[in-house]
Design a protein around this ligand. Structure first.
Ligand SMILES: CSCCC(=O)C(=O)COP(=O)(O)O
Ligand SMILES: [Zn+2]
Length: 203
């Protein structure tokens, strides 16, 4: 994928996520892996529903901007951590929805999603009759330290699903390309909203 293609896909993903209310204020960040191993990632601090292609920045695999004056997402190292660990990851999405934020506040170290038809959007075969334990990690303003915790988690759980929640913060999801990442994110947010609604009805 070229930088221009990645930037266009990132801008479109931002509009789509904003339409769902998943990137309030300046929340969220998105990226795509480029053919040469560098990464296209959103600029820090802008509204992700109104991105232009000049709000997409190129960084190296360690997160350093190729243009030293550019300010990539504060959470760029989490994107780099996903690309480093998962060679099949081509795009990463991060959003702050009500469902993922509320559920992560109540959760322990994982949220079990079981029996949903939409689990077919995740690895594990073409069946709903399965479960995914979505990791929940504590929020930390030290992003490198948070990534070190995620690396330890993935070492211990190599079959973890392609996503995780950060407590009281948001979700990260990835896929082979932007369309696959968006499909997973939509499936995951749907299931999380079901869990939230279910919890509201349960006394
Ligand atoms: C107001 S949102 C706080 C930062 C954050 O969690 C986020 O997703 C956006 O940060 P970025 O640096 O990528 O704009
Ligand atoms: Zn965030």
């Amino acid at each position: 994928m070229t930088f221009a293609e990645a930037a266009a896909a990132i801008v479109a993903a931002g509009r789509r996520m904003d339409a769902q209310g998943w990137v309030p204020a300046t929340a969220g960040n998105f990226s795509a892996r480029l053919a040469d191993g560098t990464i296209a990632v959103t600029r820090s601090g802008c509204h992700k529903g109104f991105l232009g292609t000049d709000d997409v920045i190129r960084v190296d695999a360690a997160g350093a901007p190729l243009d030293p004056g550019a300010r990539p997402s504060y959470e760029t190292l989490l994107h780099c951590g996903i690309y480093r660990r998962f060679p099949g990851a081509g795009a990463v999405l991060h959003g702050h929805s009500v469902a993922n934020t509320v559920l992560s506040r109540r959760a322990g170290s994982a949220i079990r999603l079981a029996g949903y038809e939409l689990l077919k959007a995740f690895p594990g075969g073409p069946t709903h009759d399965t479960a995914a334990d979505l990791p929940v990690v504590d929020n930390d303003q030290d992003i490198a330290r948070m990534q070190a915790g995620l690396d330890a988690l993935w070492d211990a759980t190599p079959d973890a699903p392609p996503g995780y929640l950060i407590r009281c913060h948001g979700v990260y999801v990835w896929g082979a390309d932007m369309d696959a990442a968006l499909m997973r994110l939509e499936a995951l947010e749907f299931m999380l909203l079901c869990e939230l609604e279910d919890g509201r009805r349960t006394p």
